[in-house]
Design a protein around this ligand. Sequence first.
Ligand code: C2E
Ligand code: MG
Ligand code: MG
Ligand code: MG
Length: 281
Amino acid sequence: NAKKNGGNKAIFYSEKSMHSDIDRPRLEAHLRRAIENKKIDVFYQPKIKVDTGVVFGAEALVRWTDEEFGNVSPVIFIPIAEETGFIQPLWELVMEKSCEQVSKWNQTRSHPLSVSVNFSARQFQEPDLMLETVKKILAEKNLPMHHFEIEITESILLNNSAKIVQSLQALQNQGISISIDDFGTGYSSLSYLKDLPINTLKIDQSFIQNINEGLENTEIPEAIINLARGLHLDVIAEGVEKEHQKEFLLTKNCVLMQGYLFSKPLSSAEFEKFLFDFENK
Ligand code: C2E
Ligand code: MG
Ligand code: MG
Ligand code: MG
């Protein structure tokens, strides 16, 4: 996967290599320096409403290429950033870059894009600061609240504290959408879903990839689609790679999709080209 994203120097293909042979203090120091110098990129993966063929959103996915370590996967460096406290400046950087970029794209679009940013548990430890920062950046970048979405994993909701519910509610009151990422992998009780301020369930990509050509293993995605419908939530499938997976989702009326079938995450220049080609074809 890391290989596909370019860079023959990339050495962190798996978490396994992380535990064996990396110089973690050195990696940490490099990460800190990259964040300080804003040498962090954001890639964008299109979110598509397949029935109408509209690109309605872009997920912001952070990218870091180090001179020594090569392309380091966010699966590796996000946890390090969380443990060391760099996640706050890193998150602000991703927020600033992605909101500025999407706001710029929207100036010339008839269907404005919504930008989705992945939030860590850390952001919810200081909810007032988080909310103020979100408001400040969106205002600075001239991005309306309803063109902004946050993605959080179920695990953040696991400690379903009043504090987290309150800050999600505060975000939603501003017009911001809340999406539950990797939905179905969190082993959490479903009872919380009904009471939480959320807008979208994002079906985890593992469930989509398990759907084979014989249309086996469709039970879980189908159950999640029905659950979303029952709770009046939107539902999106991530990791759609194959035509038959798309077709299956369409038969279940799940029309929002994201995945390599449409596009992998792209640099901003590539994303612009994708928009042009996709919408003018
Ligand atoms: P995620 O938010 O669930 O993002 C989806 C991941 O799946 C991305 O990996 C994306 O490149 C990949 N993907 C998308 N479509 C397909 C597909 O069709 N097939 C396959 N095999 N993979 C697909 P990526 O960019 O390496 O990010 C991994 C995780 O790192 C993300 O999972 C997210 O949890 C985290 N992450 C990325 N950027 C940020 C960020 O700015 N902040 C935080 N807190 N976490 C981030
Ligand atoms: Mg996500
Ligand atoms: Mg996900
Ligand atoms: Mg994930």
